[in-house]
Design a protein around this ligand. Structure first.
Ligand code: FE
Ligand code: FE
Ligand code: ZN
Length: 277
């Protein structure tokens, strides 16, 4: 079963996202837990959630991916910035229990000159504070393009963070196809090799979700500019090979391509066809 969807606006609540997803042929989706810049979160309406959960069950949705605000930096050199990341993520995880059993994805952050080792230490510290043993959400580290002092631009760094997390069953990875290519992994010519590396270093059992994006830039560019499917350096064939790969079967695939809903509907249709081939 292919679980595919895209990033949707959460402004009008869960039921609205569910309906939008169905309308564009999606059976999963991603959403920001709050304003992507990290503002105050809207109160969750339990009635809205209830209607969404009914719809989600009727439509056989796969697991959802919530995305933390991308401006958070849990490994900032400034304590105030780290504390803010902690506060937001802890609150987000509480709110995630309204839609239990899904994923919460975040960008590991930038070490801003403190060095990778220090950055990893700070991220692990935040994770061990926010992850509670009884939560139903799995927290995902996103593979990054390796821009600037970004942590998570290679599998070794992600492995180190994961290795420091106490609740091993509550931590995993979301692989972004644009980021991983920008980071220098040759998924165009050697997808099997990249996945073998991932398995050896992190373990494929830790891979829970995929961000499906084409990249405006070639492998190793460290730029992080998403392109529509088939309009970048990866191309439709490479992306089709990814979603069909036996090692990745069943993972929620989320498009974060520059599109409005109608554009996403087209991409979903194209990828569903490619999946069947
Ligand atoms: Fe992201
Ligand atoms: Fe992404
Ligand atoms: Zn990106």
């Amino acid at each position: 079963m292919l679980y595919i969807g895209c990033h949707l606006s959460s402004v009008k609540g869960f039921e609205n996202m569910g309906k939008e997803a169905v309308a564009i042929g999606a059976n999963t989706f991603q959403f920001f837990t709050r304003n992507p810049r990290g503002g105050k979160a809207k109160d969750i309406d339990p009635e809205d959630v209830k209607r969404f959960l009914e719809l989600s069950e009727a439509e056989n949705f796969g697991k959802l991916v919530a995305h933390a605000p991308y401006t958070l930096n849990p490994c900032s050199a400034t304590k105030k910035v780290r504390d803010f990341a902690f506060m937001v993520m802890e609150d987000d995880l509480k709110r995630m229990e309204y839609v239990p059993g899904n994923y919460y994805n975040f960008h590991p952050g930038s070490h801003v000159g403190q060095g990778t080792t220090k950055g990893i230490e700070l991220i692990t510290e935040v994770l061990n504070k926010i992850i509670k043993p009884d939560q139903s959400t799995i927290v995902l580290l996103e593979t990054m393009a390796g821009k600037g002092s970004e942590i998570g631009g290679n599998f070794e760094e992600l492995k180190e963070i994961i290795g420091g997390v106490e609740q091993q069953d509550k931590i995993g990875v979301c692989m972004d196809t644009c980021h991983v290519s920008d980071a220098g992994y040759d998924i165009i010519n050697d997808l099997d090799g990249v996945l073998t590396d991932f398995d050896r270093i992190i373990g494929l059992d830790k891979l829970h979700a995929l961000h499906i994006n084409d990249s405006l830039n070639p492998t190793g560019a460290h730029k992080d500019r998403h392109a529509r499917i088939g309009e970048g350096h990866l191309g439709l064939d490479v992306i089709a090979r990814i979603i069909r790969h036996p090692a990745l079967k069943g993972l929620p695939c989320v498009l974060e391509t520059p599109n409005e809903l109608d554009g996403y509907a087209k991409e979903i249709e194209i990828l569903r066809k490619a999946y069947e081939m």
